[in-house]
Design a protein around this ligand. Structure first.
Ligand code: HEC
Ligand code: HEC
Ligand code: HEC
Length: 449
């Protein structure tokens, strides 16, 4: 997209004036609403936008100063990259950025000095941020965040993409830099939800599968791949579409709101990298914004499980466990190591211990998350409304073999009406070798300024 177009859509957003084919025909509040929601959440407009975008999750570390960078991120197949200092320090941070330069790096990944960012920074999503929200975000970073002198750590990228120039090609092939364009056939609330999920929330950065050059395979509901579930960093972000078993097909709008607010609901608990999202971003959103996102997510169709039978509890496994019949592989490991919390019926104790029966993540075709949490435990939710997780999933890395974990998970994936493929000892072995449980059960909520 040319810079003329960018300016054009920027002004059309601000003035709600027509501008060629990108004319905005209704005064939808999707883009102007952040200010009202910020007030409802008790934050400045810019800080609220930074919460929506979860800048801290990558640009802060638990030990470091807010937004001073330094977090190491593994980029699949390429190597490691470090998030940069985005405090207003003029030497090591973004103090010298003008608004236009900031707008460009946020939407296209081209930094002030012209170098191109790796898409570990989710600029394909942030391209959809409205002009008003972008201005507020810039003011927050420049005026409210404390400048910190902390030099950036060079990236450790090898192979094809080590010189940054091929990223220019990447961008041309994969990107659409348009700010969010509302769908006039949908309600204001739906549009607000779409704006947040596709844009600031960058939910697709984890939940959408990536293609050969690591591009997200879809950036909105027009693609079946959008939010259909994807592996990242030895976790799987499960499907958020309408699939009735492994997606959100059986969730009500309120179940989604509760999950985004507290990290729990009757279907499961946030774990793995989703904890950072709940702790630092979604719990700080206004209820109205949580509802808008839920409404948008509930409008996504089923993709992989069209015409599938929705999950239905059956008591065969429960009865076997209660009569100490361990003939099914994994039943005994489950009984001895898991049932004290997840219960013989698989139903857990809401809201303290998540159920494994009927839980969409248990029926995810890709078991990586389940293996990872069983080996290593997980960071914990600390939500203002749901409180800190007092219960914690223990880590079984030292107690159980690959075979035992594979069997316990296979048992959980095929009992109580669950119907998901089995897990192999090899799959467990791979994740055991690639992960490390240290500090995994901490409670981390990052400060914004
Ligand atoms: C998923 C992780 C992630 C999130 C979330 C994220 N960033 Fe980044 N960001 C990065 C990484 C990694 C880089 C460095 C990329 C590189 O060096 O190629 C970066 C670079 C930047 C830069 C370029 C700075 C420079 O040194 O020139 C800016 C500005 C920026 N981010 C702002 C933001 C803002 C504002 C938000 C929140 C709305 C945000 N980022 C959210 C990962 C993230
Ligand atoms: C940093 C990666 C990451 C980002 C960004 C992310 N998620 Fe997640 N999400 C995950 C992972 C991993 C899981 C699976 C573990 C779990 O259920 O908590 C998950 C699970 C979920 C679930 C529960 C699904 C289920 O079936 O139990 C919901 C709902 C969800 N995410 C919504 C969102 C929304 C909405 C956004 C954007 C605001 C988002 N996520 C952004 C990683 C992420
Ligand atoms: C001491 C109680 C306890 C025991 C024992 C336990 N878990 Fe958990 N489990 C939890 C809690 C609590 C969570 C929620 C995540 C968190 O807060 O760490 C969880 C989460 C999970 C999840 C992710 C589901 C979700 O929606 O969060 C899986 C899968 C899981 N446990 C499997 C197992 C298996 C397999 C065993 C036995 C080998 C086991 N658990 C034993 C308490 C327990």
């Amino acid at each position: 997209m040319s810079s003329r177009n960018l300016t054009c859509s920027f002004f059309s957003l601000v003035l709600l004036a027509g501008c060629g084919s990108e004319a905005i025909t209704t005064a939808s509040n999707y883009a102007t609403d952040s200010m009202a929601q910020a007030a409802a959440a008790g934050l400045s407009h810019g800080e609220y936008v930074a919460r929506l975008g979860n800048c801290v999750a990558c640009h802060s570390t638990a030990e470091g100063a807010p937004l001073a960078g330094g977090l190491k991120m593994a980029v699949p197949m390429l190597g490691n990259i470090y998030a940069t200092n985005i405090t207003p320090d003029s030497e090591t941070g973004i103090g010298q950025y003008t608004f236009d330069e900031f707008d460009r790096v946020m939407r296209t990944g081209v930094a002030r000095d012209g170098h191109r960012l790796y898409p570990a920074m989710p600029y394909p999503s942030y391209a959809k941020i409205s002009g008003q929200d972008m201005r507020a975000l810039f003011s927050f970073l420049m005026e409210e965040v404390t400048a910190v002198t902390q030099a950036n750590i060079p990236s450790e990228i090898t192979g094809l993409l080590s010189p940054r120039w091929p990223l220019a090609i990447w961008n041309v092939v994969t990107m659409d830099n348009d700010p969010y364009i509302p769908n006039n056939n949908q309600s204001d609330q739906w549009n607000r939800g779409a704006y947040l999920v596709q844009g600031l929330g960058h939910c697709g950065a984890c939940h959408t599968p990536r293609g050969l050059i690591l591009q997200e395979k879809g950036l909105d509901e027009g693609s079946n791949a959008f939010l259909s579930g994807a592996p990242l960093d030895h976790w799987t972000a499960s499907s958020l579409n309408g699939d009735v078993n492994s997606g959100l097909g059986r969730w009500e709008t309120n179940d989604i709101v509760e999950f985004l607010q507290t990290g729990h609901n009757r279907f499961g608990t946030a774990f793995g990298t989703m904890v950072e999202v709940v702790n630092n971003s979604t719990q700080h959103m206004s209820v109205s914004d949580q509802q808008s996102m839920a409404e948008y997510l509930k409008s996504l169709p089923a993709v992989n499980e069209i015409n599938a039978q929705p999950y239905n509890y059956t008591d065969t496994a429960t009865k076997q466990l209660l009569s100490l019949n361990f003939s099914t592989p994994g039943a005994q490991v489950y009984y001895e190591y898991c049932s004290s919390c997840h219960v013989t019926s698989g139903g857990g104790y809401y809201p303290y211990q998540p159920p494994l029966s009927g839980n969409p993540v248990i029926m995810d075709p890709d078991p990586s998350s389940l293996i990872n949490i069983t080996l290593n435990g997980s960071l914990r939710v600390n939500a203002e409304k749901g409180g800190p997780d007092i219960n914690d999933m223990p880590y079984f890395r030292l107690l159980l073999s690959d075979q035992q974990i594979a069997e316990a998970l296979t048992f959980a994936r095929s009992s109580w009406g669950n119907n998901a493929p089995s897990v192999s000892a090899e799959q467990v072995g791979e994740i055991r070798a690639a992960t490390d449980p240290s500090r995994n059960d901490d409670i981390v909520v990052l400060r914004m300024k």
